[in-house]
Design a binder for this molecule. Structure first.
Ligand SMILES: [Zn+2]
Length: 132
């Protein structure tokens, strides 16, 4: 895991409360994920946090049979187009055969149960997608 990235800390603290935050650029109004210290669109460095309903729909999905150390196998992953705009890569709680493109998804905070050393994030939850 990377060393402490203080600009991501508000995201993890909100997630621990069950909330999902996006950053929005104060210059061009672009909403994006993952958090970054500058806007990936215009490189403006004035960004704000916005709490959103973490809902969206599946853009694409896959089942990964060979996984990195610390992850069981297989795992089901999806890219989800959030209703708030950005596309997010999430691990899904649902079975691969249950998913379809365009299916509605909610992203939830979950306790991290994997074996990966998450460094300073060890006490924070992670997030997963689930069909609505
Ligand atoms: Zn911008």
């Amino acid at each position: 895991m990377p060393e402490d990235l203080p600009y991501t800390r508000p995201f993890w603290e909100a997630l621990a409360e069950g909330d999902f935050l996006l950053q929005t650029c104060d210059v061009c109004d672009h909403a994006y994920f993952p958090p970054a210290p500058v806007c990936p669109d215009c490189h403006g460095d004035r960004v704000s946090w916005t709490e959103i309903d973490a809902t969206g729909e599946i853009y694409a999905y896959t089942r990964q049979h060979r996984t990195a150390d610390g992850f069981e196998s297989p795992i089901v992953l999806a890219t989800v187009d959030l209703d708030a705009g950005p596309r997010v890569l999430v691990r899904m709680d649902d079975e691969y055969a249950e998913l379809e493109i365009g299916a509605p998804v909610e992203i939830r905070s979950v306790d991290y149960a994997g074996g990966l050393d998450r460094g300073w994030l060890a006490d924070y939850p992670f997030f997963r997608g689930v069909l609505r």
